[in-house]
Design a protein around this ligand. Structure first.
Ligand code: ADP
Length: 401
């Protein structure tokens, strides 16, 4: 009986030492010294519970962190980890417990623990150590680590909290931003260059018009050149505006018939398209919820290219095939033009890329097509046989709103 009561006290003390203040022992009603001890311990547990942040509460805090957290003992050995470690790196606590934190880093990136400890002893923390991290699957991810000292009652009870931030996603975003900024620089440079060309020609023509004001033959020639330059300028500005509209955020969805858009383009550009044989295959009146202006720019540029890249002696034929599926609409634009060689297929959708030395365009047409299709959530691809023709296919998903 006495043994049992002593065991109970023993278990109670163990529970409290483990930070588990809740389970309390009942007194036996003997009103002896042991009951007095149990009552005292229960009161102590209640007091501790009121004043102490429980381990599970702390664990919840660091499990909720979006970065990996490792708790290191005074010798740099891992004693605990948070839930993110498992999610990001695949390690369990069992696999890491009492291993040096340095086993997580490649050999060349090991951290001198003695130096680190002495540093954080003085300055409390060390931030921004950029390094690589080896996951349980042996892949390497870029990380940034910070170490901070949490002091115990005695120096040997000090622990170190190591927070490891996975930089893969951030590095990816940074790279994307760098690429975008490079693209923007090229864009500004090339756009101003393309605007400057026809403008310079027009200024030159003004001078000539002044000089040859009395020569009607020459003047006629200058005005023809002037018209050419101004339409080139108009084309560049239209393309830049189209691109601006596509990249600007927000889409105004409208339910439209694809065939209506095709016909509108033909009507608005009779000077270009009147001599073209259009063959529209639209077995039903397919409608789609999309941004009509963007779809118009996409199709206009595909038609314009079909005309630009046909041999002069050949009658341009454009076949537009509109197909429907429950997921979206597919539009095939085929021509009987010069075709596109394998060597340039991968580049034609790049900004300002001109694949043809005789191209008079700005190299923005297919970039507008690709950017527009992606903006509408679709994709574009190409099949082409040199000297026979090309088929550009676009898929646009249905949108419910
Ligand atoms: P641009 O027509 O102003 O040169 P694009 O971006 O519209 O620029 O097209 C890029 C390149 O792709 C063109 O220079 C041309 O070489 C090639 N290309 C585009 N469409 C066709 C087509 N339908 N047939 C043959 N080549 C094409």
């Amino acid at each position: 009986m006495l043994d049992k009561r002593l065991d109970k006290i023993n278990n109670l003390i163990f529970d409290i030492a483990a930070g588990n203040f809740r389970p309390q022992a009942n007194i036996e009603g003997e009103m002896d010294e042991l009951d007095a001890v149990i009552t005292g311990i229960n009161m102590l547990a209640e007091e501790l519970e009121r004043n102490t942040i429980s381990r599970s509460y702390l664990k919840k805090i660091y499990d909720g962190m979006s970065d990996m957290v490792f708790i290191l003992n005074n010798n740099g050995l891992i004693v605990d980890i948070n839930a993110k470690v498992k999610t990001i790196s695949g390690y369990s606590l069992d696999a890491l417990k009492f291993n040096s934190f340095n086993t997580l880093f490649p050999f060349k990136n090991k951290v001198n623990f003695a130096e680190l400890k002495s540093y954080i002893n003085t300055y409390h923390k060390k931030d921004n150590i950029t390094t690589d991290f080896i996951t349980a699957q042996r892949s390497i991810i870029p990380v940034v680590c910070s170490f901070s000292m949490i002091r115990g009652n005695k120096p040997k009870d000090n622990i170190i909290m190591m927070i490891v931030k996975d930089m893969s996603e951030l590095n990816h975003i940074r790279k994307e931003l760098e690429e975008r900024s490079k693209e923007l620089n090229t864009f500004i440079y090339r756009a101003s260059h393309d605007l400057q060309g026809p403008l310079a020609t027009m200024q030159g023509l003004f001078n000539l018009i002044d000089i040859d004001a009395d020569d009607p033959e020459k003047l006629k020639n200058y005005f023809a050149l002037f018209k050419q330059s101004s339409s080139k300028l108009h084309k560049v500005v239209t393309e830049l505006l189209d691109l601006g509209r596509i990249t600007a955020s927000g889409i105004n969805y409208e339910n439209i018939m694809v065939v209506d858009i095709v016909n509108e383009i033909r009507e608005e550009n009779t000077s270009n398209f009147s001599k073209v044989n259009f063959n529209i295959i639209n077995s039903q009146d397919y409608a789609i919820n999309t941004e009509p202006q963007i779809l118009k720019s996409i199709l206009y540029n595909l038609f314009d290219n079909s005309i630009k890249y046909t041999s002069p002696e050949i009658q341009t034929e454009i076949k537009v095939e509109i197909l429907d599926s429950n997921k979206g609409i597919k539009i095939n634009v085929s021509d009987n033009g010069v075709g596109i060689g394998k060597e340039i297929k991968g580049k034609i959708f790049d900004m300002f890329y001109r694949g043809n030395s005789s191209s008079k365009g700005s190299g923005l047409g297919l970039y507008i097509v690709k950017t527009g299709v992606e903006k509408l959530g679709g994709k574009v691809w190409l099949k082409s046989i040199p000297d026979r023709g090309s088929t550009f296919s676009i898929f646009l998903p249905h949108h419910n709103s």
